[in-house]
Write a protein that binds this ligand. Sequence first.
Ligand code: CO
Length: 400
Amino acid sequence: MPEQANRRRFLKLSALMTAASSCTSNKAVEEEGPGQLGKAVSAYGERSPFEKVARMTPDVKNPQVASSRTPLADIYGIITPNSLHFERHHSGVPGINPADHRLMIHGMVDRPLVFTLAELKRLPSVSRVHFVECSGNSGSEWSAKGAPDVIRAHGLASCSEWTGVPLKTLLEEAGVKPEAKWLVAEGADACKMSRSIPLNKAMDDILVAYAQNGEAIRPEQGYPLRLVVPGWEGNINVKWLRRIKVSDTPYYTKDETSKYTELMPDGKAWIFTWPMDAKSFITYPSGGQKVDGAGFLEITGLAWSGRGKIAKVEVSTDGGQTWQAAALQEPVFSRAFTRFRLPWQWDGKEATIVSRAIDETGYVQPAREELGAVRGKNSNYHNNATKPWKIAVDGSVTNA
Ligand code: CO
């Protein structure tokens, strides 16, 4: 029986390939063929002029509200190209000369230290793949309407390979006093973005990063130095990092009191809500796309958890009545985007597709109603509800 199933699938796929190869005999392809010498080498690469995928930038003129979104339905694998990493700044992007930049570590330490970038780069380094997600990501999903496509729903998240020095190394050099429990990290942007961080997280897995996907961190990602706080909300991954003060108490900075708190149904606010809970969504087929006819297609999407590795992603093609396990692309990294895939024969009838992630702690991504039952209607942050898409008989995909 498996053999028969394979042959069926092969026949359907080859029908698609035949259709594709007839397209390739068009004039444009022949004209750009190997018959003539192409362009010379370049010092810094550019993509093909035919590629147009870009960040969504609602307001590029006002540095006080600057944010941009990653087009997660249009990128491949798990790594976000540096040019497409989302941005969220609170007072624009500072232009910092790395030769003039310093990182100071002081407060409750035996030896206050100041590092130049060159000094940091001499220290033992590590590279790790981690997502960064703004806790305001998927904020539009709190409304009954929800967002119509992946970029508006979930584009404030990206995933990179970060390289830098473990913060633990620097803190041990400075000699943390036994009564210290916290630190406050400060950026060199105009608003001096600052966040309190428990010392045990700092001694666990935080990086002081200077590189992203093999090159220096981009200015909008914190050049020349940023914190990477694996799995925790984007805002705490302080960019343009210039100061770490060790303390026995949190600082209750403006970015952890007036913002980035959760207003609960009883009128109280949760503060210091750091980890990003497990989330997933389907990127193909997804809102705004059109499936070109019934037949075979590969459902694919992204999942991640701020509490560890993704253990499983399940996909439903019948609106959540039944679920199938999707394949997870290896390697699966902790606190990183995880690509999932599921082959599917679409019968051409209206269908609602949805994914749900389960992380290695056993946490299951909630449906919108389940999340709302706990969090109420006043929240702005930390929406990790599942995201169903409806495929209509004409193949158009909309927010279900
Ligand atoms: Co939070």
